[in-house]
Design a protein around this ligand. Sequence first.
Ligand SMILES: [Mg+2]
Length: 285
Amino acid sequence: MYCNRRNPDLAYLHIKPRTSTPGPFMQKRNCKSSSQISIRVILEYTLMFLKSVFSFVCRIWNLILVLAKKNVRKVIAHQTIKYKMIPLSPLTRQRLNQVKKKVLVLDLDETLIHSRHDGVINRMAKPNTTPDFVLKVVIDKHPVRFFVHKRPHVDYFLEVVSQWYELVIYTASMEIYGSAVCDKLDKNKGILKRRYYRQHCKVEMGSFTKDLSTVHTDLSSILIIDNSPGAYKCFPENAIPIKSWFANPFDTALLNLLPMLDSLRFCNDVRSILHRNKVQHMTFQ
Ligand SMILES: [Mg+2]
């Protein structure tokens, strides 16, 4: 008879009490389950590790993409795209000498530059874009900072067209701000000497219009590039519309105008060609 010494009450039942040391079967079973648990734990750890590695790689990849995007934008915004300047033949030079040198009137805001000033949230300019220059101007005894962004290719555009035309800046902005912007764009080259400001504009129906006749009496030899059709509504036959620019670093509107401006300098009367733009003025409004 089996005698249960540890628990005499169970002796008559011949039941062997559970002891702390399992039998060989239990040992095998426990061994099997513990190995399964350890495999599961290893798998879970491996999965977690792979997840963390994957998320780390994703973050690095996103960072690379952001940096690449920024650099590509910078390169595109400031790359020098050349308009092929073909040397004039003796005949075309003679033809050019027979016509008057023309005046090209240029608007500032949203045509050559875009700016914002202190305290104004600029929804049009993309965040984290650094201005090309900052102007400190005193208006009504209050110092105001203007953060100015240059339209892509504006420097090259001015350099080229200044060889073809007499350039005039005509802006509806205040003189104290407009003259400072002109100085920055001119870079002491003397290509933006003639300037007209808000006080030279006419107010019609609450908006500023520009009077080209005050700039040049001969309207056959003057043209204006302005993003606002209201600015040249009295002289639509002298106007070249241009899309308003705020922040797009891929904008090429100024470069696109070079072939047209190159050819217009040869004509007798700019209105004979530019009157065809009247339809375009409607689309730019
Ligand atoms: Mg404008």
